[in-house]
Design a protein around this ligand. Structure first.
Ligand code: PPS
Length: 296
């Protein structure tokens, strides 16, 4: 994989400095201002496309595993033989969108882009958006750990420092609050579907059924059970096409992509004062948004 003149294998974390595009921070590995402009203005979405959109660390890869399994009637062969970035390319990552351009519809695509940078071609298309939301406190914790071992992200620094960066949106892909607010503007569109990480945990079979209908697949109960089983945290943790153990982008000695897979881990990380501070910022930024779930 190439990055701005450097090879990923010769890179250390100190080489990484985010760049800003239209007010949002991005890692220079795999993307650039040119690619982001191309994706926003020229990338064509087709009516049959299914795009999983998330703020990073919200359960993207879980959703991608579920969708890949649904597409194959619960048969795990595809998700166990093809890396997730080939199954469901991230459109803002150069190598991935080059692949996406060659795929025929119906394509499974992925994006972490905020709505204002998403392909303009979406506006007049019937492409389906599957938006996954997760409690931002768990996103913060997952992101903190991830930034320590994902070599293309800046070092998160101390917890206190990262909390401040996260709440101000000075992290890759910008502010969680702005991302969610931007995408929620689409909530009434018939091709926008909202899922939450927490609800996937509470009722995976029900959500798999709903997703099957969105994909136009009528799975029987045996197939739904097969999707549920093969998309479990433990099955995904052992699937090296989904657990990111096969890529040089991760320092496997400092963390694991399939870390804990639970809700509420923030309680093990945030102090009472940090939690209260988070709540104050959340209230201030999200008080007028009534449609998103309340997290405990
Ligand atoms: S990324 O890097 O932005 O694409 O990460 P993303 O896939 O959005 O989020 C990673 C977190 O999702 C957890 N995960 C799961 N949880 C429950 N069940 C399943 N099957 C599953 N698969 C992935 C993963 O462990 C990360 O969360 P944390 O809290 O760090 O464990």
């Amino acid at each position: 994989m190439r990055l701005a003149g450097k090879h990923i294998l010769s890179m250390s974390e100190s080489d990484i400095t985010y760049f800003t595009h239209k007010g949002i921070l991005f890692t220079p590995v795999g993307t650039s201002v040119e690619i982001l402009n191309y994706v926003e203005n020229e990338f064509q979405l087709f009516d049959d496309d299914i795009v999983t959109v998330t703020y990073p660390k919200s359960g993207t890869n879980w959703m991608l595993e579920i969708l890949g399994l649904i597409q194959h009637g619960g048969d795990p062969s595809w998700v166990r033989s093809t890396p997730v970035w080939d199954r469901c390319p991230w459109i803002e990552v150069h190598e991935c969108h080059q692949k996406a351009l060659k795929y025929l519809p119906p394509r499974l695509l992925t994006s972490h882009l905020p709505f204002q940078l998403f392909p303009k071609s979406f506006i007049h298309s019937k492409a389906k958006i599957i938006y996954v939301l997760r409690n931002p406190k768990d996103v913060l914790v997952s992101s903190y750990h991830f930034s320590k071992f994902f070599k293309v992200f800046e070092d998160p620094g101390a917890t206190e420092e990262f909390l401040e960066k996260f709440l101000r949106g000075n992290v890759a892909y910008g502010s969680w609050f702005d991302h969610v607010r931007g995408w929620m503007e689409l909530k009434d569109r018939p091709n926008f579907f909202l899922f939450t990480y927490e609800d996937l945990q509470k009722n995976l079979p029900g959500n798999v059924e709903k997703l099957s209908q969105i994909l136009g697949k009528n799975l029987n109960s045996q197939q739904i059970n097969a999707v549920v089983e093969n998309a479990s945290f433990h099955k995904m943790k052992d699937n090296n096409m989904s657990n990111f153990t096969q890529t040089p982008l991760f320092d496997q000695s400092t963390g694991k992509f399939m870390r804990k897979g639970i809700s509420g881990d923030w309680k093990n990380h945030l102090t009472v004062a940090q939690n209260e501070y988070f709540d104050r910022v959340y209230q201030e930024k999200m008080q007028d948004i009534k449609t998103i779930p309340l997290w405990e």
